[in-house]
Design a protein around this ligand. Sequence first.
Ligand code: HEC
Length: 208
Amino acid sequence: MTRTTLATTMAAAGLFAAAGSPIATAGGHVDGDCTLKTPRDAMTYEDAGAVYDCLADAMAEGYAEGPKRWIPKDFVTGYRDWTLASTLPADPGAHGGRFLLTYVNEVGAAEYLKFADEGVAMPAGSVIAKESFTVADDGKAKPGPLFLMQKAEAGASPRTGDWYYMAVQTNGTPMAVNVYTACNACHSAYEDSDYLAYPEEGVRASAD
Ligand code: HEC
């Protein structure tokens, strides 16, 4: 097979990211206003990728707006430069049926990208950002909150495995939630993997 036909085949299979996008979007179907054109229940990963590609700039601008109060601002303005841990946005059912895309900062990337089930010890200073969006039954897509986890020094927060949980609304306002009940209660089920749940297996990025 020549290089051209291989590239064409891979593009058709959605294996190449569109220019400017970190994820595969080829073959996805969206309108100019980010509305999904295929039926919602037949939506593919590539469709989700195309929706994300359409929403991505507006999402980042929205999260970055306004004061961040207790949330370190550079997490919110800088996470797109971190390592992308998922190849496509996936719909796992948790996080309110939202499509999710996960980024990990330099401190945590190597350990996170092992996607290990046990013996995981994320280094202090690791930060993970998870973007979200929803697609309604009629295909209309909307940004959702940005979810953040920061690994603190050992002993800083024993109740949460030393994780700090934070979330930012689509308009940039920090979300005032009780992180014990709203975040930690669910994440503590993943204690063996240092409270990490990871993206769905089919959309995990490789460590190289
Ligand atoms: C009902 C269970 C549940 C609740 C509640 C929950 N999460 Fe999660 N979280 C998950 C699951 C499952 C994943 C992996 C999903 C995926 O990427 O497909 C995840 C992933 C994450 C990640 C990426 C790191 C990882 O675990 O792989 C962050 C960051 C995150 N959640 C933050 C939060 C914050 C902040 C809150 C509270 C506002 C919260 N979560 C509430 C289940 C939950």
